[in-house]
Design a protein around this ligand. Structure first.
Ligand code: GDG
Length: 471
């Protein structure tokens, strides 16, 4: 099998000293694949430069080679803050009310994708497998093809794929999707988004979709498939059982003095349904005065994309809402919502999950949602907490033994909180055992292997021409 060339907006550079402690499961898994198979992880450094030079900063850390470029402020504004996070992100999360269509964003997006293509092109050797990640880089594959790259190339989209009727509100949507069909493999998180994608290519582009969900396009066959991403189960469980997690767990438990803990952990993003979650908790407190004073919601929400107005707005809304709810339900020695705008090391996070009787994961729309899986992995199997999970998270298709809720229904979520707190130990254990099996078996390594296998599997055997022989 050839080397892997991983391309994503940002690159997570492994540190020689204990990479696993600082990085998320995806970065750890990609790094270990790069270490095993050899290859390069390419992307934006996160740094700005006054004038774009295309200079590649190549580094080798912990046996992984990374290559990064700096971008101009205008690139960051139009490509990253603009088209990626003010156009595609809200649209792909069904929020056309927040979706901004600006010609400059579209131009910046194409320009940066071309810059990525120019910079990574000389790094790609003939047998390499090229694996592009996420909505920032949808047209990159077509730009590499235009530069003569005939390698197997795959795209994995971490977000949902929106319904055709929403997607068609995007100017030049046909061009964007057509550019994606230059990949050999298109991976979506779930069958729901896969069906939505196939619906678009059939209805809007009139393309033929085979029984195995592959798409006939310009005499080639493009494989479209669901690859549900998982967590690094082994790493997370180990963290959950370590000293740092134990101390974090004890610290949190001691601070609530016997009260029940509900935990939410999310990037501060409007797709995560934090406002609705707070309202639901408030309704629960109002409906169950006997429980008010006995349950605390810990919401960890590190800020993200702070340069984008809708993110500033959600932050203000949540601050107001928290103040309002706490004002209504707090007592001299008790505050019901602990709303924390900062991140914690992964091992501490694992301890907080373990301390919580309820994992409250209620996004309005989410490609997968790894927090739900981390919560399950961190539990004590002999006395596990209950996962309350939005039916609109991709992970709900796998985690069927969670208590699934409609996050828009404050009443439903409030009742489900009560049900979770009353759940007998036997039922908690039964549900948790089944959830754990799914989280353990469909972990990030499984996801990675599945994707790379399909990516590496040249379709010649199936009687279709590979890309470089296509008409
Ligand atoms: C996108 C898609 C898809 C959060 N706070 C802290 C912290 N986190 C970590 C969590 C988890 C990760 O961030 C968040 O992952 P999610 O899956 O929940 O959500 P997104 O960031 O929106 O990710 C999503 C994912 O890509 C993967 O494909 O599942 O649907 O939107 O790992 O633990 N980590 C640390 N401290 C924090 O305070 N260390």
């Amino acid at each position: 099998m050839g080397r892997l060339i991983v391309i994503s907006n940002r690159v997570s550079v492994p540190s020689a000293a204990g990479a696993a402690g600082a990085q998320g499961g995806l970065a750890v898994a990609l790094n270990s694949a790069l270490r095993q198979q050899g290859g390069i992880w390419f992307g934006w450094s996160g740094q700005e430069t006054a004038e774009f030079t295309g200079h590649l900063d190549m580094q080798r850390n912990a046996d992984v080679t990374t290559a990064t470029i700096d971008l101009e402020p205008q690139d960051v504004e139009e490509y990253y803050n603009g088209y990626a996070n003010r156009t595609l992100w809200p649209l792909f999360h069904y929020r056309i009310d927040l979706t901004e269509y600006d010609r400059n964003f579209g131009e910046g997006y194409e320009r940066v994708n071309e810059r990525f293509a120019d910079a990574v092109f000389p790094l790609i050797e003939s047998e390499d497998l090229v694996w592009v990640h996420d909505y920032h880089l949808l047209p990159l594959g077509s730009m590499l093809r235009a530069r003569g790259i005939g390698n197997r190339m795959g795209l994995f989209l971490h977000t949902p794929w929106p319904p055709t009727r929403l997607l068609t509100s995007l100017p030049f949507h046909e061009r964007l999707v057509a550019s994606m069909l230059e990949y050999d493999v298109i991976g979506l998180q779930t069958t729901e988004w896969l069906e939505s994608f196939l619906h678009y290519v059939q209805k809007e582009m009139g393309l033929k979709v085979n029984l195995d969900n592959s798409i006939e396009y310009n005499g080639r066959r493009v494989v479209a498939r669901a690859f549900p991403i998982g967590i690094d189960y082994a790493e997370f469980q180990e963290a959950a059982c370590g000293d740092v997690a134990r101390e974090a767990c004890q610290r949190l438990k001691a601070s609530v003095r016997g009260r029940k803990i509900l935990i939410g952990v999310d990037r501060l993003d409007y797709s995560k349904g934090l406002g609705e979650r707070f309202e639901s908790f408030s309704r629960f407190l109002a409906d169950h005065p006997e429980m008010a004073g006995n349950a605390v919601l810990l919401q960890i929400a590190p800020p993200s994309r702070g340069d984008v107005a809708s993110y500033q707005q959600i932050r203000e809304d949540l601050e107001r809402k928290t103040g309002h709810i706490n004002g209504a339900h707090a007592d001299v020695d008790f505050v019901p919502i602990r709303y924390v705008n900062r991140g914690y090391p992964r091992a501490e996070l694992a301890g907080f999950y373990r301390a919580a009787e309820i994992g409250l994961v209620t996004p309005l729309r989410d490609g997968m949602n790894l927090v739900a899986k981390e919560y399950v992995a961190a539990q004590d199997p002999d006395d596990p907490g209950v996962l309350i999970l939005s039916q609109f998270a991709g992970s709900a298709l796998q985690l069927k033994d969670a208590l699934l809720v409609n996050p828009h229904s404050v009443e439903h979520v409030a009742e489900t909180i009560k049900r979770a707190l009353d759940m007998p130990l036997a039922e908690r254990k039964r549900r948790h055992a089944r959830l754990l099996e799914s989280v353990r078996e469909q972990d990030v390594l499984h996801w990675l292997e599945q994707f790379v296998q399909v990516l590496a599997n040249n379709e010649r055997d199936a009687g279709m021409p590979p890309h470089d022989q296509a008409a």
